[in-house]
Design a protein around this ligand. Structure first.
Ligand code: AMP
Ligand code: FE
Ligand code: ZN
Length: 279
């Protein structure tokens, strides 16, 4: 069993990289990918813990993109060695835009009668990539909401009153950046992208053409039909059907490490298949 999608407190997860790897060892995972949002800061600690616990740590990242009129996330795996200057600079820009967006969200929340100080956000967030889950947690601590999910539903989700978008990369530049860092690119949770099937198919076709090697076909939020639809597209475009839990620890209690669609495990072969696509 493996898990190819997990966050640490270097982005918006609740566990440190070492704690995440310890948990992976405890539940018997053979490998776990560290895929923090806009950050590769957790990778060295995770690799060290992986050696101690006998768990393979796949160095990864998750990057926000836009394609046509919709948004998606791209996963990068097997980023090797020291990230290039350009890669670091792009991640830094993405984090900076998040920070500016966070300030704007706090302004709107203040106007709505739910004031929060930027310093409170910093206290909630452990790492550098501060995001909406941290805002949700700060709201919970204030008693504005009971859960982070409620904060998303009432305020933070796209379409909700305090939603503000942030900088995103285009499909081609994102894939290029990941490949130039020695990595392979995989479309994150295609089944939850807000577009119709034709839009998803255009994305997958274009992504495959640009060098994407896989798409996440097992994911906790998928129903049977969504999983099958994703698997059919992966087969059509010769992509590896990967899987991951999108574990965030206590920030997202519904996601359990090592459990994909239907709570089922992700088989080791997926990682082997991904490895064969490394150039
Ligand atoms: P941000 O990167 O700041 O735009 O926030 C994205 C993060 O929010 C990701 O980690 C998502 O998993 C998380 N997220 C998005 N929607 C929800 C939701 N409804 N409930 C909890 N977390 C969510
Ligand atoms: Fe994501
Ligand atoms: Zn994620």
């Amino acid at each position: 069993m493996i898990d190819l999608h997990a966050h640490t407190n270097c982005s918006d997860g609740s566990e440190t990289p070492a704690e995440l790897v310890a948990l992976a060892a405890e539940i018997g995972l053979k490998a776990v990918a560290i895929t923090d949002h806009d950050s590769v800061d957790g990778i060295p600690e995770a690799l060290g813990a992986g050696r101690r616990y006998g768990v393979e740590v796949v160095p990864g990242v998750e990057i926000p993109l836009e394609f046509e009129s919709f948004t998606l996330d791209m996963l990068g795996y097997f980023l090797c060695g020291v990230p290039s200057e350009e890669f670091r600079a792009q991640l830094e820009k993405l984090r900076h835009s998040r920070d500016e967006r966070n300030i704007r969200i706090l302004q709107i929340l203040g106007e709505l009668g739910y004031p929060l100080q930027p310093s409170e956000l910093a206290r909630v967030a452990g790492g550098e990539a501060v995001g909406r889950p941290h805002i949700g947690e700060a709201m919970r601590r204030h008693g504005y909401v009971e859960t982070i999910s409620e904060a998303f539903e009432r305020f933070l989700s796209r379409g909700a009153p305090a939603y503000v978008d942030r900088r995103r990369l285009g499909l081609a530049p994102a894939i290029r950046l990941i490949r130039e860092s020695g990595g392979v690119a995989v479309i994150a949770h295609p089944g939850i992208i807000r577009t119709d099937h034709a839009g998803l198919r255009r994305l997958v076709r274009e992504a495959a053409h640009l060098g994407v090697v896989g798409m996440e076909c097992s994911y906790p939020l998928y129903d049977e039909e969504t999983e099958q639809r994703c698997r059919a597209l992966a087969t059509e475009f010769d992509l590896v059907a990967t899987g991951g839990s999108d574990f965030h620890g206590s920030v997202k209690p519904a996601a359990h490490l090592g459990q994909g669609a239907g709570g089922r495990p992700i088989p080791d072969e997926v990682l082997d298949q991904l490895r064969t696509r490394c150039t």
